[in-house]
Ligand binder design. Structure first.
Ligand SMILES: Cc1cc2nc3c(=O)[nH]c(=O)nc-3n(C[C@H](O)[C@H](O)[C@H](O)COP(=O)(O)OP(=O)(O)OC[C@H]3O[C@@H](n4cnc5c(N)ncnc54)[C@H](O)[C@@H]3O)c2cc1C
Length: 126
């Protein structure tokens, strides 16, 4: 679930007074970054962090299909999961249901599982 106001409020507070570098691949500055602090928290791919010395881990990726629907309510809930073999997507997200906005239309996103290859977003480690 999503906290009231969304995650932005939490993240803005966490990052208050913190120096940020965006759009930067930390591996381009690895030595410099590791020398700059006593402890480093790394949030990327753990196999990449160890230079793939034990090979590449398996990940699962996702493909998103967004739609604007001409209906006030689509599924009555923010997230509905689909586990049937016949249905190609695994979830439908109805975004307005996170914050209960009142609008005549609704935006949904279907999530389709996708095989992962290097360069894709590694959403889920297997
Ligand atoms: C589609 C989807 C929906 C989800 N919905 C929910 C939900 O509703 N509620 C919930 O609680 N959880 C949800 N989750 C799970 C949640 O998003 C994850 O568990 C959480 O984000 C993991 O946090 P993290 O910090 O470990 O990794 P991430 O959030 O993936 O953060 C890793 C960060 O590291 C950055 N990074 C990686 N490599 C590098 C690099 N080389 N250099 C610089 N930066 C790098 C990435 O860009 C990214 O910003 C969802 C996940 C997915 C995929």
């Amino acid at each position: 679930m999503i906290p009231i106001g969304g995650y932005n409020v939490i993240i803005e507070n966490i990052l208050k007074d913190v120096e940020l570098g965006l759009g930067v691949d930390c591996f381009d500055y690895r030595e410099e970054l590791e020398a700059s602090a006593n402890k480093v928290a790394f949030t990327g791919m753990i196999d990449q962090y160890f230079d793939y010395k034990h090979g590449v881990l398996e990940y699962r990726s996702l493909r998103f299909k967004h739609e604007v629907l001409d209906e006030e309510n689509h599924q009555g809930n923010a997230v509905v999961s689909y586990t049937d073999r016949e249905i190609p997507y695994t979830r439908i997200i109805e975004h307005k249901k996170f914050e209960y906005v009142l609008q005549p239309k609704t935006v949904i996103t279907r999530e389709y599982p996708a095989d992962w290859k290097r360069g894709d977003e590694p959403y889920y480690p297997i």
